[in-house]
Design a protein around this ligand. Structure first.
Ligand code: RP5
Length: 163
């Protein structure tokens, strides 16, 4: 079966952040394809990747980028698939540049923007699974089990002084 999620990023340096998206998709058993596709360094590749993503069988695209982070917006401009954007924490501006570049899309082209850094990447992976689960009961049950376990873990150990 073809991977359902395209997990793309602007640079190999983004992997330390974006691997958090892979982590939760692995846990939930969702297949994904990983590749560096840069808006600035490989713009033609980005356009071709996004234009062919739907016919290749991808259902959701997760795009991570840092700095002047045009990747998710440019991908969204070339496909009707849902695009989730992850702002990678930049050195100079701590990811505020990435966040605003990804979040402030003009009306008519949508990018679902997640939090800066690993939490955002993890949640992008989780949200991609939740989108796929609208049409997949087995996956929905796995997400419910993940959430229940998380809740139970917090409820079982409410003392902040204990690890
Ligand atoms: C962006 O520039 C990438 O998404 C990355 O976050 C940032 C820095 O890239 P490198 O210089 O580390 O390759 O395109």
């Amino acid at each position: 079966m073809h991977a359902e999620v395209a997990l793309i990023m602007g640079s190999k340096s983004d992997w330390a952040t974006m691997e958090s998206a892979a982590e939760i998709m692995d846990e939930l058993g969702v297949s994904y394809h990983v590749e560096v596709v840069s808006a600035h360094r490989t713009p033609v590749k980005l356009a071709e990747f996004a234009e062919s993503a739907a016919e290749k069988g991808f259902k959701v695209i997760i795009g991570g980028a840092g700095g002047a982070a045009h990747l998710p917006g440019m991908v969204a401009a070339h496909t009707h698939l849902p695009v989730l954007g992850v702002p990678v924490q930049s050195k100079a501006l701590n990811g505020m540049d990435s966040l605003l570049s990804i979040a402030q899309m003009p009306k008519g082209v949508a990018v679902g923007t997640l939090a800066i850094g690993n939490a955002g990447a993890f949640n992008a992976g989780l949200l991609a699974c939740q989108i796929l689960a609208t049409n997949n009961t087995e996956l929905a049950n796995k997400i419910i089990a993940f959430r229940t376990k998380q809740t139970d873990t917090v409820l079982a150990n409410p003392d902040p002084r204990e690890a």
